[in-house]
Design a protein around this ligand. Structure first.
Ligand code: ADP
Ligand code: MG
Length: 777
């Protein structure tokens, strides 16, 4: 247990605290934000190492270690008010405790009370608690309340976090001034609770005391790099008060606002963090736009060429978006535009139109897709749509045979190839272009955000190569880009970049991840689409589903059947796997139909052949894993059966469903569920049945999975916020973005040159690395 000795130092029976007690020389009376955290009273070199694991190395870092919740110890809850199922904190008196050994594990049980009401506390495997508690102690507890399974106590609290607030036995020895001070800070008020650190060695109480001491020693006002006019407009309190109040809320602060991170102190810190993020993104955007790009000309001949390729009348949304793109392309500044549109909204044709503008101006276009299937599909449709205009189109993917690749690269370098379609191979294999004017990245999120930045940085030619060559695959040095900018020749210009995403991105994420891009939205589906009918079916009724598939195929339609895994995993034999089900379906349920198989472990050639056969209608039912998730376009396919739908993410299922409903015929999505369905899975399935709106689904998916998971596990690039939370702070993000943009409009009557410069300096020294914005200049 942790107590204060008469000298006021923290003492403990734990070895580490004993050794970590800092020698006096480490105490600095006056601290500033950059002071090494080891000099903070109560820390020292040993504990500093523990803190470093949490990324805390300075006073400032420790200030940003915010309480994750607060306990109201002024108006504690009565045991009688507690309800089963809630997370609750209670203050009560220890009545008795004991260790019970069940057959499975030791259980530590404690009974606490307030007057005549009692509550049981249960900890599993907690022999270490045996000597912790004594009757008569006052404890604070926090945990999940449940109905008690036995005994006369009505409720129990499971594995609660606890703190011993008062121990009558200690009273004689621990009555020092300092201890009395702590007692007033830790009881009878709202108290901050911190995540413990160092495997529980640094407790909430430890953080409380160390951070309080640190705040007291913090010298003077803290520098504030947010311009005065912004502080005024946003009503920001000063930084130091914000830190004080967020750690030690003033009397009268609302517990609800604290928990929701909506006190003035929280707002100040969240705004600050998001303001500098948006400032960085906006600077980056401006820096890019200040470079020399290509000014494409759009005269009648170009317009005619664009019109001629169109196989159908574009929707109003497609027209509007093309105009936004064309306007960018006409300007001298390089285009950096994000095109968002739900599955099936018709992004491809817009991309081709942009490509025609570039090609007609004598430039080359690179179109990158995340998978070989998609690259190949784009290649085939590009040939169908564009080749009649006489454009020369090539395909470059990683799996092509070396001789072929060499030849293709030669054509690209010579400028013979006008439209180059490919996978990552385009970035990875240093493809050299003769005159690259436009880069289109399709289904962008698959590339990962970092790759996007890499791509954009890589359009410069490496020094050893000829002046008029440019490569997608060799890093651009600042020196090189300088050189190109000053030379001013059109060949040296930054190509335009159009990024297209298949998954609608919730606005908060779009603002954080793509805040440096301009955005266009295709918010209208092409005409003649009938909404997909979506149903849920339990797997004991699968036979009806197969009957339905047979009927659709007899009517001339095609179907997808998707499984979560390729092969049966030994650990989870319940899970149906694509390969096995393919064998079964073609022999039994779908016997007589032409069934194909597609999964990620097949070779690129096999995949291509299968896809092509499906496209031609030779395969009626395609059994697959999620490799077909993105972009695949076969309008005659009207049925999407997803087995083990409970296993799929929401956006993923939405993508899969986006493969159907592409023609005029009624399409059907059947979600077959089997096995245990978690409450979250229920929500996902409900949403699928309820709505087909991609933006709504994306928002819900973000709520369910959180920003880190939204794009899939491998995606980095979402900044690690210290205070802000993208789900919670969307409104603040919008404010921060507007303010950051207006600050960069300065200097003007609101913002002085000095203020603008200060903000940028602060951004570079404090936030760039954290946000991966190192390039911002
Ligand atoms: P996505 O935005 O998902 O990439 P696609 O570009 O693949 O969508 O388009 C989906 C389908 O809609 C394709 O079959 C395409 O030919 C068709 N399509 C696109 N725009 C129109 C339009 N304006 N009128 C009719 N069909 C269209
Ligand atoms: Mg597409």
């Amino acid at each position: 247990m942790l107590r204060l000795s008469p000298s006021g130092r923290l003492e403990s029976s734990c070895w580490w605290l004993a050794t970590a007690r800092p020698p006096l020389i480490y105490h600095r009376c006056v601290l500033d934000l950059n002071t090494d955290v080891k000099y903070v009273k109560g820390v020292g070199p040993k504990v500093a190492e523990v803190l470093a694991e949490k990324g805390i190395t300075t006073v400032e870092d420790l200030l940003y270690y915010l309480p994750f919740r607060y306990e109201d110890r002024l108006n504690p809850r009565g045991i009688n008010e507690l309800k089963a199922g809630e997370m609750a904190s209670v203050i009560a008196e220890v009545r008795g405790s004991g260790l019970f050994r069940t057959r499975r594990m030791p259980i530590f049980e404690m009974t606490v009370g307030q007057g005549r009401s009692t509550l049981k506390c249960i900890w599993f495997n907690a022999t270490y608690l045996q000597d912790k508690f004594r009757a008569g102690q006052t404890v604070s507890l926090y945990g999940k309340v449940e109905m008690s399974s036995r005994g006369e106590t009505r409720l129990q609290i499971m594995q609660p976090q606890f703190e011993i607030l008062h121990d009558p036995v200690d009273d004689g020895t621990a009555g020092s001034v300092e201890e009395r001070k702590w007692r007033t800070l830790e009881t009878g008020r709202i108290v901050p609770i911190y995540e413990s650190a160092g495997k529980g060695r640094l407790t909430a109480r430890w953080f409380r005391r160390v951070i309080h001491g640190m705040l007291e020693r913090l010298d003077g006002e803290l520098p504030d790099a947010i311009p005065a006019v912004v502080r005024g407009q946003m009503g920001l309190i000063n930084r130091k008060s914000a830190f004080w109040q967020v750690h030690w809320p003033e009397v009268g602060e609302s517990l609800r606002q604290l928990q929701a991170a909506r006190t003035p102190a929280h707002f100040r810190l969240i705004f600050e963090e998001l303001f500098f993020l948006e400032l960085g993104l906006e600077l980056k955007r401006r820096k890019m736009r200040a470079q020399t790009g290509v000014s494409f000309e759009i005269h009648d001949q170009v317009r005619e060429a664009v019109k001629r390729i169109l196989p159908f009348h574009p929707t109003a949304a497609q027209k509007r978006v093309l105009k936004e793109i064309a306007d960018d392309m006409r300007e001298a500044a390089p285009m950096r535009r994000l095109l968002q549109g739900d599955v099936g909204s018709g992004k491809t044709i817009v991309a081709f139109e942009a490509a025609v503008i570039a090609i007609e101006n004598g430039y080359q276009v690179a179109l990158m897709a995340p998978t070989e299937i998609l690259a190949t599909q784009h290649y085939l449709s590009a040939r169908r749509i564009l080749e009649k205009a006489g454009y020369r189109i090539v395909l470059l993917t990683g799996s092509q045979e070396a001789g072929r690749k060499k030849l293709v690269r030669h054509h690209i370098a010579q400028g013979n190839a006008q439209l180059v379609i490919g996978t990552h191979a385009l970035i990875q294999e240093s493809v050299e272009f003769d005159k690259l004017g436009l880069v289109i990245v399709d289904e962008q999120h698959r590339f990962g955000v970092m790759q996007r930045f890499k791509l954009m940085k890589k359009q410069g030619q490496p020094p050893q190569q000829a002046q008029n060559r440019r490569s997608l695959g060799t890093p651009d040095t600042p020196h090189e880009s300088q050189k190109r900018r000053f030379s001013g020749a059109p060949e040296d210009a930054e190509p335009d970049v159009l990024v297209m995403t298949a998954t609608p991105i919730p606005r908060t994420l779009a603002l954080t991840l793509y805040g440096d891009l301009d955005t266009s939205v295709l918010d209208e589906l092409p005409p003649g689409r009938t909404p997909v009918k979506t149903r849920r079916v339990a797997d004991d009724r699968a036979e009806e589903v197969w009957e339905f598939v047979r009927k659709q195929v007899r009517a001339g339609r095609q179907a997808y059947v998707v499984y979560p895994v390729i092969e049966e995993a030994s650990t989870d034999s319940e899970l149906k796997a694509a390969v096995k089900m393919y064998e079964q379906l073609r022999k039994r349920e779908l016997a007589g139909l032409c069934v194909g198989l597609l999964h990620g472990r097949m070779s690129a050639d096999e995949k291509d052949a299968t896809m092509a056969a499906f496209q031609r209608g030779e395969i009626a039912v395609l059994v697959s894993t999620t490799v077909i998730e993105v972009g695949v376009d076969v309008p005659n396919a009207t049925v999407m059966v997803i087995e083990h739908a409970e296993r799929f993410g929401l956006s993923q299922m939405h993508q899969l469903r986006g493969r159907i409903g592409r023609g005029a015929a009624q399409s059907f999505c059947v979600l077959i569920t089997g096995g245990k369905i978690s409450p979250e899975a229920e929500e996902r399935l409900d949403a699928m049945v309820r709505t087909q709106n991609g933006f709504e689904i994306a928002e819900l998916d973000l709520q369910l999975r959180g920003p880190g998971e939204f794009f899939g596990t491998k995606q980095a690039g979402i900044p690690e916020f210290r205070v802000a939370n993208l789900l919670r702070d969307r409104d603040v993000l919008e404010l921060a973005r507007a303010q950051a943009r207006s600050v960069l409009e300065g200097p003007n009557e609101h913002i002085t040159q000095q203020e603008r410069a200060n903000a940028i300096v602060h951004l570079k020294s404090h936030w760039n690395r954290r946000y991966g914005l190192v390039e911002v200049g």
